[in-house]
Write a protein of this length. Structure first.
Length: 315
């Protein structure tokens, strides 16, 4: 709705005014209407044929029958505030009652949420089927409880979309179920055993372990009571700072080749300190063995620039 304001006459001399070519001054205001929903009532009038002595009701459109009490826009709103805004059914009921002015039962809300979920199922399945053909994926998982049962939400992050999968398992079987044993892309992940097992079962996949997680493990050594672990951890922290410093100065290098060379030098220094300069302690030995066995998977981003050195995208 547009409201236009004009003088009847010049406020200075009361002369005649005409519209100028200058653009108007515009002030907008956004407000809820008193009743933000429209209630439509579709009546099928009973009509009787005196000749046939039958009562007839004119049919309504099929789409109107399937829509039910709530239209598609209001149904989508329920799905949005439940799924994206994480509102409880009680909060949604209060919102509908106090803001929209429409009373709704918990049972009706549950039906609407199920309706939205069913409408999204074909699109979800299409994206799920697309995951094995992606060249680069970042994956992470987090635990939670559903009705007292331990569950895991997996996030598969592609370049243009993210697929979430809820499963009772945190094991490699979920990766096999979603990606299959022939997935041949790059997988960004943390050092969790499920990803390492999946790599053993699928020789085509290439892993990039999250360096942010590795930094946390190194900081554990820095804060360890053993002075040998502290010194070892501090050397690795210094090497990691140089590595990430190189990454952050990417634009300063003349070419991609010189940038990769600088990354390689920083990597070699870190590998030397991590494996060959490790003290004879249990904690340092565990970290050194991890680097020795999976050094390529920690620095895959140097030779494969399309993968990130951290798993922040999935997390």
């Amino acid at each position: 709705m547009v409201h236009e304001y004009r003088y009847v006459a010049c406020p200075c001399c009361e002369g005649r005014l005409q519209d100028s070519e200058e653009p108007p001054k515009v002030q907008q205001r956004v407000e809820l209407t008193a009743q933000p929903v429209v209630v439509e009532e579709h009546r099928q009038i009973a009509q009787i044929c005196r000749r046939c002595n039958q009562v007839f009701y004119h049919p309504v459109a099929v789409g109107l029958q399937k829509a039910g009490l709530f239209g598609p826009q209001l149904t989508a709103l329920v799905g949005f505030i439940k799924g994206a805004c994480h509102m409880s059914f009680s909060t949604i009921r209060k919102f509908f009652r106090d803001v929209i002015g429409v009373p709704i039962s918990r049972g009706q809300l549950a039906k609407l949420v199920q309706k939205v979920s069913a409408s999204l199922e074909p699109v979800y399945q299409e994206l799920l089927d697309q995951l094995p053909s992606e060249a680069v994926l970042n994956v992470d998982e987090t635990g939670h409880k559903d009705s007292g049962q331990r569950m895991w939400t997996w996030a598969f992050r592609a370049a243009l979309y993210t697929v979430f999968k809820v499963s009772p398992s945190r094991g490699s079987d979920v990766l096999l179920e979603v990606l299959g044993q022939e997935f041949s892309g790059l997988l960004g992940c943390d050092y969790f055993s499920a990803y390492r097992k999946y790599a053993r079962l699928n020789e085509n996949v290439l892993l990039q372990f999250c360096l942010a997680h590795f930094i946390r493990d190194v900081k554990f050594l820095v804060e360890h009571p053993d002075p040998q672990n502290q010194a070892y951890g501090q050397r690795l922290v210094d090497d990691l700072r140089k590595l990430f410093g190189t990454i952050h100065r990417r634009e300063e290098y003349a070419s991609d080749a010189t940038f990769r060379q600088a990354l390689t030098r920083a990597r070699n220094a870190l590998l030397w300190d991590a494996t060959l300069e490790a003290p004879a302690t249990k904690e340092a030995d565990n970290l050194a063995e991890r680097f020795f066995q999976h050094s390529e998977s920690h620095f895959r981003f140097i030779s494969e620039p399309e993968i990130e050195p951290t798993n922040n995208l999935a997390e």
